[in-house]
Design a protein around this ligand. Structure first.
Ligand code: 5GP
Length: 137
């Protein structure tokens, strides 16, 4: 994987507002927050997208995400938050290093706006898809 801006942040080559760090995970404030307290939680392992991340690095991130979300919400007073994780440019990923956004939501107008265009899932299609995904795991 090519180095990204997050590699430089992990290595301390460029500054960030760090909120958490251990040997496998770094969390810091997003430079372009959708709301105050918008935090990025990243594995130190260099993986571009979630499907390329090792179980070990994913577990390390997952272990601290709830704690970071609690701290962000406590400090900002937000009533809720979104945890967002984009993979691929088609899915709005701009930095090619796995990262989880923790985005506090204090009012309907701040934080993450979501266009949720849901479809219906028929029984036949659902059964087939679930079977295919189970087989791919
Ligand atoms: P993506 O669209 O890839 O899910 O989100 C990338 C995020 O990284 C954006 O929210 C953007 O503001 C943030 N970002 C990009 N460059 C920097 C940087 O140099 N420092 C920090 N703290 N955040 C960055």
């Amino acid at each position: 994987m090519a180095d990204t801006i997050f590699t430089k942040i992990i290595n301390g080559d460029i500054p960030c507002h760090r909120v958490y760090e251990d040997d496998k995970v770094l969390a810091f404030l997003d430079i372009g927050p959708l709301s105050p307290g918008h935090t990025l939680v990243i594995p130190k392992e260099p993986a571009e997208t979630i499907d390329q991340l090792s179980d070990d690095a994913a577990a390390a991130v997952g272990r601290v995400l709830p704690r970071i979300a609690r701290a962000v919400m406590s400090v900002t007073g937000a009533a809720g938050c979104n945890v967002l994780q984009n993979n691929g440019s088609i899915a709005h990923q701009e930095v090619q290093h796995v990262h989880f956004h923790v985005i506090p939501k204090s009012s309907p107008s701040d934080g993450l706006g979501i266009g949720w265009k849901s479809m219906e899932l028929s029984g036949d299609v659902g059964a087939k898809l679930a079977e295919q995904i189970r087989a791919a795991l």
